[in-house]
Design a protein around this ligand. Sequence first.
Ligand code: ATP
Ligand code: ATP
Ligand code: MG
Ligand code: MG
Ligand code: MG
Ligand code: MG
Ligand code: MG
Length: 264
Amino acid sequence: MANSRFEYVKQFERENFLLPDTYIVIRVDGKGFHKFSEKYEFEKPNDERALKVMNQAALKMMESFPDITVSYGDSDEYSFLLQKKCNLFERREMKLVSTFASHMSVYYMYAWNEEFPQKPLDPSRLPTFDARAVQYPSFQHVRDYFSWRQVDCHINNLYNTTFWNLVVKGGLTGQEAENRLIGTVSSDKNEILFKEFGINYNNEPEIYKKGTVMVRDYVSSHEEQELSKRQLQRLEKQRRKANISTLHVDIIKDGFWNERPWLE
Ligand code: ATP
Ligand code: ATP
Ligand code: MG
Ligand code: MG
Ligand code: MG
Ligand code: MG
Ligand code: MG
C-alpha cells in the first residue's frame, strides 16, 4: 500500500539480479592512485607498507563477507571471489558493488591510519575505490580470471622495477627511461636489470612479483543448497570463524587450486 502520493517514484528504480549458480568476482580499484601515491610519497616502484594497508583492508573484507572464498590483489586493486551459492543482498548487483566499494574505502582508510600515523590523510585527497562485478559460468573462467590478474601484476612489476632502476640508479629522466623501454620484451628488461644494476629479477620479493592471495581455509561441502536456513546460518558462522591464509604464490599453475578442491 502506498504511503503517499509521491511513492510512485520508487517504481522507476531498476534492479539487476546477478544470475544464480555462477561465480561472482568483484574487483575494487583505487581512484587516481597514481596521484595518491605521489601525494603520500610512496616508495617506488613498490611501497611495502602501502601494500600492507591494501592487504589489511582486504582481510577486513573477508572477515566481513564470509561468502568471499579467495581474494587476490596487487598495486591498488583487489579481486574477491564469492562462492557460487552466494545469496548476499539476493545477488543484487548495485547493492553488492556499492557495498564493496564503500567497505574497501573505509577499511583502507582505517588501515592507513594504523600503518601511517605520521602521514595523516588530507581531507582533499582521501582514498576511494570503485567496484565492478563480473560473473563467470565455469571454474575454468575463474581460474583464467585470476591468471589474468597475476600476469598483469608480473608484467607491471617487471616494467616498474626496470623503469625505477633506470631513473634512480641510472640517472635517466622519466621520459628517457620510458623511451629506453619502448619495444622491449621481458627478457630485455631482465637483462637491463642484471647487466646494468646487478639485479636478478627472480630474487625480487614474492609479494611484488606475485601479488597477494588470501584464501579462507574452510572446506565446504557441495550439498549446502539442500540445507535449511538454520543450517546455512551455522555454516556461515563456521566460514566466518575459519582461518584466512595470506600467501604470495603462483595461482596460474594447478598447484594452488588442486590443494583446495573445495574452492570450486
Ligand atoms: P584509476 O582511477 O583509473 O584507477 P590510477 O591512477 O589509480 O587511476 P591504476 O592503473 O589503478 O591508476 O594504477 C595505480 C597506480 O598506483 C600505479 O600505477 C602506481 O603508480 C600506484 N601504486 C599503487 N600501489 C602502489 C604501491 N604499493 N607502491 C607504489 N605505487 C603504487
Ligand atoms: P539497509 O542496510 O537495508 O539500508 P538500514 O537499517 O540502513 O538497512 P534504512 O531503511 O536505510 O535501513 O533506514 C535507516 C535507519 O537509520 C532509519 O530507519 C533510522 O532508524 C536510522 N537513522 C538514520 N539516520 C538517523 C538519525 N540521524 N537519527 C536517528 N536515526 C537515524
Ligand atoms: Mg584503472
Ligand atoms: Mg586505480
Ligand atoms: Mg589499479
Ligand atoms: Mg540504510
Ligand atoms: Mg535509508
